[in-house]
Design a protein around this ligand. Structure first.
Ligand SMILES: NC(=O)c1ccc[n+]([C@@H]2O[C@H](COP(=O)([O-])OP(=O)(O)OC[C@H]3O[C@@H](n4cnc5c(N)ncnc54)[C@H](OP(=O)(O)O)[C@@H]3O)[C@@H](O)[C@H]2O)c1
Length: 484
């Protein structure tokens, strides 16, 4: 691996097509790639979202500062937004002139588009996370000056495996529980047949949605994955490995991506995801207990480290006809336990409490920890389920007087229990992600002749003070960019 010529130099005049650029990671990597002043072919979403929706974001403030009044012209020159759908042939692009231009110019394809819903409908998840990579690879194969295909996957394709997990590829048909062969075409046919069956039985939309969700979970569990999201992401990797031939392929597998640590905007993030829903609920006093084993690693990795690693690996692997996997994670390099999250939340919101709408201070308490699912179920039963059953009886006695309240609370209870089941494999995840390939990439970046580039694109989380990051960057960022 040689980065001696410098990353900006090796990416100069390259045309990079990024799918999912309206998403959290897509925006973050687009912003970083643009800093490198490459020619960037960009892709907006299938819903005709224009590039302005991406570039208006605060994330682009650094570029705005650098280019001042010339920012718009710079972006016009460097970026084209294309509406498309990765679930369709040619990414759903019908304009043949545009297609010809793209086939002639695109050098690097970054597939960051995905559905990240754990409990997604099976048809949507297969379409986006399996057919999406397939059609993207087919598109890349039509590009005459192609150099590298990069696919963003997730470290949790490892399911509930334990111990040290290596950066190894999936073989086609591999399962996590050794249960027979995973036939992806058969899964696609099963999904289509099931969908057709439900449609022909004239079931309503919400029934079909619920059936297709259950089907995804059932198929995932059958082959050893805990949910539809990670199952279909694993299948997406298999499809790419199988199709690539000698095309250079890099698969990055991030763990939990958190806010930008440094560049371009510390604390920036979008949407409330994974650990952030717990932080926000805690800050407003609605989270009384947390289902977590505080001694296991909360495998987080800041967004800018993910995009910097992606850019560096593009430069490192272009035109190299191999398949390489990168675990973008912290559990081996610099592990951080969930206790850091809980302590940071308490310290932060104790010092800077939030207020209710009428200005009352929301006082936070040390959180009650439940370190097994069994304890959580008992807690929920005693605190909520038994009183709820009591309300059910009272409701019957009083001729449905409390029917609405009973229905609402039952729904909430069911939702919380479903959420806990869905997140259980992650909060109690007992694997750690080996990152030997990342180590090699860091060494190559640091050996690069361009020192400032190595500093700017650094993605080594080894020296991160996670507690400081939580207190000074992540929690304030969450409040500023997401909650305000
Ligand atoms: N966030 C994390 O913590 C995390 C961790 C590990 C791995 N990852 C991986 O990182 C990647 C990006 O995740 P993210 O958090 O940035 O997700 P995100 O914010 O949900 O963004 C997903 C993007 O994919 C696009 N998309 C979905 N279906 C599409 C389709 N059929 N055609 C074209 N575009 C489509 C979405 O466009 P619309 O807005 O139009 O739907 C959106 O731009 C995913 O591959 C995910 O698996 C994320």
């Amino acid at each position: 691996m040689d980065l001696g010529g410098g990353i900006a130099e090796s990416l100069k005049n390259k045309c990079i097509l990024i799918t999912g650029s309206t998403g959290f990671l897509g925006k973050s990597s687009s912003s970083s790639a643009r800093r490198e002043e490459d020619l960037l072919g960009d892709k907006s979403s299938r819903f005709e979202r224009r590039d302005t929706q991406v570039r208006d974001k605060k994330l682009f403030c650094v570029l705005r500062k650098i280019h001042g009044k010339g920012f718009e012209a710079f972006m016009e020159d460097k970026v084209s937004a294309v509406a498309g759908n990765i679930m369709e042939i040619n990414l759903g692009i019908k304009d043949t002139n545009l297609l010809d231009t793209m086939f002639a110019n695109v050098n690097i394809f970054v597939n960051a588009a995905a559905t990240t819903n754990f409990n997604e409908r099976y048809d949507v998840a297969l379409g986006t996370n399996v057919l999406g990579p397939k059609y993207s690879m087919k598109f890349a194969k039509k590009c005459s000056n192609f150099e590298l295909f990069m696919h963003v996957s997730t470290a949790y394709v490892a399911g509930t495996k334990q111990g040290l997990l290596f950066e190894t590829k999936f073989e086609m048909g591999e399962t996590l529980n050794g249960n027979s062969y995973l036939d992806i075409d058969a899964e696609l046919n099963l999904m289509k047949d099931t969908l057709q069956y439900h449609h022909s039985n004239s079931e309503n939309k919400s029934e079909i949605k619920s059936m297709m969700r259950s089907l995804g979970m059932e198929r995932a569990k059958r082959y050893g994955w805990p949910n539809t999201y990670v199952f279909t992401k694993a299948m997406g990797e298999m499809v790419l490995g199988d199709m690539r031939g000698d095309m250079p392929l890099v698969i990055v597998r991030p763990t939990i991506i958190t806010s930008v640590y440094k560049d371009p905007l510390p604390g920036w993030m979008e949407g409330i995801r994974t650990i952030d829903s717990a932080i926000v609920s805690y800050s407003i006093g609605t989270l009384e207990c947390f289902l977590v084993d505080v001694n296991i690693a909360m495998d987080i990795i800041p967004g800018d480290m993910v995009s910097n690693a992606m850019i560096t690996s593009i430069a490192a692997h272009s035109n190299n006809p191999s398949e390489t996997i990168y675990h973008l994670s912290s559990s081996v390099r610099n592990p951080v336990n969930y206790s850091v999250l809980l302590d940071s939340c308490f310290r932060f919101f104790h010092a800077y409490p939030r207020h209710t709408k009428d200005g009352t201070i929301i006082k936070v308490k040390k959180i009650y920890k439940l370190d097994t699912m069994a304890k959580f179920r008992t807690y929920m039963r005693l605190k909520y389920k038994i009183p709820l059953e009591g309300l059910g009886i009272v409701n019957v006695i009083f001729c449905q007087l409390f029917a609405d309240r009973y229905k609402e609370l039952s729904k909430k209870y069911k939702y919380v229990m479903q959420l806990a089941e869905l997140y259980e494999p992650f909060t109690f995840f007992k694997g750690v992600f080996d990152d030997m390939n990342v180590e090699k990439l860091i060494l190559a970046l640091n050996a690069n002749n361009n020192i400032s580039e190595a500093e700017m694109l650094g993605f080594d989380c080894k020296y991160m003070d996670w507690s400081r990051y939580m207190l000074d960057v992540h929690i304030p960022g969450l409040l500023k960019y997401v909650c305000d």
